[in-house]
Design a protein around this ligand. Structure first.
Ligand code: CP
Ligand code: NVA
Length: 327
């Protein structure tokens, strides 16, 4: 398998074998990290640029630690870069492509990361756009495989707003790798028809399936994985909170929902999560709307079946695999 020079913009561009190769590489890199094996010679002397137009903890730290472990220097670009304000995406891409061996982008529309990739001349990695979050998916699949022992045939249920980056990306990766993906939420919150048609085609190859349902009973029955995400994503206006809470509150992942799933089911969340009132936004919104928790109850978040911190750790090992394979 040779992924050198490839962009990593969405998993739609990768075959199931390529995705599994990245998961195996990540598992190997994780084992080496735990064993204390140094890999700083692997890409020694290289430089990568990390563009963040939205905030981040996991993705930024994963890129920085992974790069450092591989001998790579990083430059963090957020506030203060000219991109999009005084300089076009295409010009920025051509400048950075002269100085760096790879570029990570987190921000708004998928078309921005596609444009960067078109002009950079070096690999570009998507660190989250409104539409897709592909590095998150590798971490999620590694975590599912570690806990469920397999990927094919696993029933993964996503509760909430399935139209955004996490819902879309889970639909893609599950259909490519043969999982049974269920999106559970109101009809208006489902991935769009064009994406679903692509997913159906991948399911035919992989043996996976896509189910859309409003029924929590149907969704949770026999589920191996319950997954949710924030109700309002980065970059969305504050005005949507009222509608989201109204529409999505019935789909909060609570102990009642978890009990409807398999006994061995795990709970996953890409994080950050509003599971209590210990965050500034969580507290403000909670007080305004009279709720104490949002997409997941604190009880589920903190229970033994919750694997959210394994998932967060796996962001680093999987991002390392992407960098190692594409540079
Ligand atoms: N899951 C995730 O992408 O986390 P950050 O926003 O902290 O990077
Ligand atoms: N849907 C969330 C994912 C955060 C990792 C957002 O875009 O804010």
């Amino acid at each position: 398998m040779n992924l050198k020079g490839r962009n990593f913009l969405t998993l739609k561009d990768f075959t199931p074998d390529e995705i599994l190769y990245l998961l195996d590489l990540a598992a190997d890199l994780k084992a080496k990290k735990k064993a204390g094996t140094l890999l700083t010679d692997m890409h020694a002397g290289k430089n990568i640029a990390l563009i963040f137009e939205k905030t981040s903890t996991r993705t930024r730290c994963s890129f920085e630690v992974a790069a450092h472990d591989l001998g790579i220097q990083t430059t963090y670009l957020a506030e203060g870069s000219q991109m999009g304000k005084k300089e076009s995406i295409a010009d920025t891409a051509r400048v950075l492509g002269r100085m760096y061996e790879g570029i990570e982008y987190r921000g708004f529309g998928q078309e921005i990361v596609e444009e960067l990739a078109k002009y950079a001349g070096v690999p570009v990695w998507n660190g989250l756009t409104n539409e897709y979050h592909p590095t998150q998916m590798l971490a999620d699949m590694l975590t599912v495989r570690e806990h469920c022992g397999k990927l094919k045939g696993v029933k993964l249920v996503y509760f909430g707003d399935a139209r955004y980056n996490i819902g879309n990306s889970l639909a893609v990766v599950c259909s490519k790798l043969g999982l049974n993906f269920t999106a559970c939420g109101p009809k208006a919150y489902m991935p769009n028809a064009a994406l679903l048609a692509e997913c159906e085609a991948w399911c035919k190859e992989s043996g996976g399936s896509i189910t859309l349902t409003e029924s929590i009973e149907e969704a949770a029955k026999d589920a191996d994985v319950l997954y949710t995400d924030v109700w309002v994503s980065m970059g969305e206006p504050d005005e949507v909170w009222a509608e989201r809470i109204h529409d999505l509150e019935p789909y909060r992942v609570t102990m009642d929902v978890l009990k409807k799933a398999k006994k061995s089911a795990i709970f996953m969340h890409d994080l950050p999560s509003f599971h209590d009132m210990k965050t500034k936004i969580g507290k403000e919104i909670g007080e305004k709307f009279g709720i104490k928790e949002m997409e997941v109850s604190d009880e589920v978040f903190e229970c033994d079946q919750s694997v959210v911190f394994d998932e967060a750790e796996n962001r680093m090992h999987t991002i390392k695999a992407v960098i190692a394979a594409t540079l």
